[in-house]
Design a protein around this ligand. Structure first.
Ligand code: MG
Length: 242
């Protein structure tokens, strides 16, 4: 008997002694069968995604303060219009996976929070910061990829001004009890240009510029993009409901 056979026989004897069936089929699960999704390639979204902006128009969006979204669409890219106001999706969402590509202006103007500032707001309340954080110093919990004023990115994976960057974000919506208590806070995971920078961080409440805001119970709500006066551009925005 060689050594391997000896070890295997010993293992089987041990399983038998424990009353367990030595059958690999015991631990196979055949259901459910995951649905087939055709992955995206280049700027194409996966087959089960909702495309929020494919470069053609802002038909999925509206101005938060009312009316049509007025940001400029040109050459497959939408750019924040100063004074155009925040825009949000017409659809509402809960738990999602979001892919969004963004670009801060090639010509550097301003510094700190006034340089390439925009933002992705989940459910209109919780901001993942967009900022030109390439050789641009600001407070760490306000730099690109931060959960604004709540969580500092693990690393700074920023590309330079004028370069396209991406966020892939897993957003888990907060869960509220009937009496309004927070059963589970919102949880966010962010990959910036493919690099994990926020790993399942719990949010303390809605994004606040000053101080702290407590959670207020809510259901599904739109995704919002921030107008901060800087001409940040976007392309290839898609979302998957989880
Ligand atoms: Mg912002």
């Amino acid at each position: 008997m060689n050594r391997l056979t000896f070890v295997l026989l010993g293992f089987v004897a041990l399983q038998a002694a424990r009353g367990q069936d030595w059958d690999p089929k015991q631990t196979e699960k055949w259901h459910p069968v995951p649905a087939i999704v055709t992955p995206g390639e280049g700027t194409h979204a996966p087959s089960d995604a909702i495309v929020l902006f494919d470069g053609s128009d802002l038909s999925e969006w509206e101005r938060v303060r009312g009316g049509a979204a007025r940001w400029a669409v040109e050459n497959g890219v939408v750019t924040v219009a100063a004074g155009g106001g925040d825009i949000r999706t017409q659809r509402s969402f809960g738990n999602v996976q979001l892919h969004i590509e963004w670009r801060t202006p090639p010509n550097i103007e301003g510094e700190g929070q006034d340089r390439g500032n925009s933002g992705v707001y989940f459910q209109e309340l919780y901001e993942v910061q967009i900022l030109d954080s390439f050789q641009n110093v600001t407070y760490s919990n306000g730099q690109a990829g931060s959960i604004y004023k709540q969580h500092i990115p693990l690393v700074n994976a920023s590309r330079g001004p004028g370069e396209w960057q991406s966020y892939d974000i897993i957003y888990e919506a907060p869960v509220f009890a009937d009496d309004g208590d927070v059963v589970r806070p919102a949880i966010v995971t962010v990959l910036h240009n493919g690099v994990l920078i926020i790993n399942r961080k719990e949010l303390t409440g809605p994004t606040a510029y000053i101080g702290h805001i407590d959670y207020t119970p809510h259901g599904r709500r739109p995704l919002m993009l921030q107008e901060h006066g800087n001409p940040v551009s976007y392309r290839n925005i898609w979302i998957r409901e989880l």
